[in-house]
Design a protein around this ligand. Structure first.
Ligand code: KIV
Length: 297
């Protein structure tokens, strides 16, 4: 794996060579650092931060300012990976100008390489406005959590031929509007393959099967640190960080309560005579007649 910074050209070259791109979410400096060291190609600062980091019930409540805090931290940790800031709900829907300003903040302020927004033909004008402003944009189709109510909940998309063809039309509209790549979420592998086969730009998937140009996972899902009850079929666990954290803190609490922590090895040592002097001071204080505490300033 090359240590050179990943760019849109790198991603296009991976697709051309038939090599899968590795894509993961991160929201903080340590996770971004570890993911970057592990050699991922792309990091998404997803609005899933609303749920993974802020404990909100869905992605609708997170603000652009909150997303920018996460994005700056990720950018500091990701030296090689291509970093994408996820435009949160209402940061691009109101107008083309609003979309350019929000996307511009991810790029100019947080240092992201690109942004992502949800939707197909209906956001094509926003995508065109951002790409015309010189910002790289990733599209996102299928299960798009910012319009969860319209979709009727977390449901698999593109299950019929007509639905799959609608997804192709949306993907073509996004490609026409200038996206550098499209992410497909929660759909049958055959539907994702149909979309991928019709497009020129790379097509990545999360819960969209293997016939795409790369895979995205939510870091909390694969690391076992998501606190919540959503567990999609497509998640594979690679660690149990949440369980490990809880066990470690329980052990620490038990040590404190039993007087096992801190031990002598966790204390700062000084010369024996100095220690004796300070012990004497404590003794003197304990046996001195009590003096009233002054309240004057
Ligand atoms: O916010 C996010 O992590 C996402 C993925 C679920 C696609 O948009």
């Amino acid at each position: 794996m090359s240590t050179q910074k990943v760019t849109i050209t790198t991603l296009g070259a991976l697709k051309a060579r038939g090599e899968k791109a590795v894509f993961i979410t991160a929201y903080d400096y340590p996770t971004a650092t570890f993911a970057d060291r592990a050699g991922v190609d792309m990091i998404l600062v997803g609005d899933s931060a609303a749920m993974t980091m802020l404990g909100l019930p869905n992605t609708l409540g997170i603000t652009l300012d909150e997303m920018l805090v996460f994005a700056r931290a990720v950018r500091r940790g990701a030296k090689r990976a291509f970093v994408i800031g996820d435009l949160p709900f209402l940061s691009y829907q109101p107008s083309d100008e609003c979309a350019i300003r929000s996307a511009g903040a991810f790029v100019a302020d947080a240092g992201c390489d690109a942004v992502k927004c949800e939707g197909g033909a209906r956001v094509a004008s926003r995508v065109r406005a951002m790409t015309d402003a010189g910002i790289a944009v990733m599209g996102h189709l299928g299960l798009t959590p910012q319009n969860l109510a319209q979709l009727g909940g977390y449901r698999v998309q593109g299950k019929t031929r007509a639905d799959a063809e609608r997804l192709v039309d949306d993907a073509l509209a996004l490609q026409e509007a200038g996206v550098f790549a499209i992410l497909l979420e929660a759909m049958p592998a055959e539907t994702a393959a149909l979309v991928r086969d019709r497009l020129r730009v790379p097509v990545y998937g999360i819960g969209a099967g293997p016939h795409v140009d790369g895979q995205l996972v939510i870091s909390h899902d694969i690391l076992g640190s998501f606190v919540g009850d959503i567990s999609p079929r497509f998640v594979k666990r690679y660690a149990e960080i949440g369980r490990g954290v809880e066990e470690a803190i329980r052990e620490y609490a038990a040590d404190v309560r039993a007087g096992r922590f801190p031990g002598p090895e966790h204390c700062y040592a000084i010369a024996a005579e100095r220690e004796a002097e300070i012990r004497l001071a404590r003794h003197d204080l304990a046996h001195a007649p009590s003096t009233p505490v002054s309240t004057s300033v």
